[in-house]
Design a protein around this ligand. Structure first.
Ligand code: DQA
Length: 145
């Protein structure tokens, strides 16, 4: 089973970026954490991070070649990007959405997620653990499909 893990804008600055909200661990630590979860679940992951909406759209489209599902933290594009929603709908792979922070308890503009209109599951406010929950969900969901 192969899962594409996508992280959106500013997540490359984890650790230094608003640590009170996003934690003190950096993006490399997040990648290590995700790889470790994948190993223990016996699934393969490819990790991708970009600050550019079009690059994320291109990567989602490329998932048609050889991926069984997508785990995505669209970051700020969560709240703005019809293009990312459309790409996920077009590719039509099982998708879990993850946010480090609890977007339902922050500013008003973070409460709406375009990606949630497609994703089969949304996990918020669990920090790094949200990624492991997302991978476990996808493994089960894909098995049952
Ligand atoms: C985020 C929440 C978004 O609102 C924000 O723009 C991010 C990160 C999270 O992981 O909590 O960049 O997706």
């Amino acid at each position: 089973m192969r899962i594409l893990v996508i992280n959106g804008p500013n997540l490359n600055l984890l650790g230094m970026r608003e640590p009170g909200i996003y934690g003190k661990r950096d993006y490399a630590a997040l990648c290590d954490f995700i790889r470790e979860c994948a190993r223990s679940l016996n699934i393969e992951v490819e990790l991708f991070q970009s600050n550019h909406e079009g690059a994320i759209v291109d990567k989602i489209q490329s998932a048609l070649n050889g991926f069984d599902g997508i785990l995505i933290n669209p970051a700020a594009y969560t709240h703005t990007s019809v293009a990312i929603l459309d790409a996920l709908s077009a590719v039509n792979l099982p998708t879990a959405e993850v946010h480090l922070s609890d977007i339902s308890r922050r500013e008003e503009f973070r409460k709406f997620s375009y990606v949630s209109l497609y994703a089969q599951k949304t996990i918020c406010g669990k920090g790094f653990d949200g990624y492991s929950e997302g991978l476990s969900f996808l493994k089960q969901y894909i098995k049952n499909a």
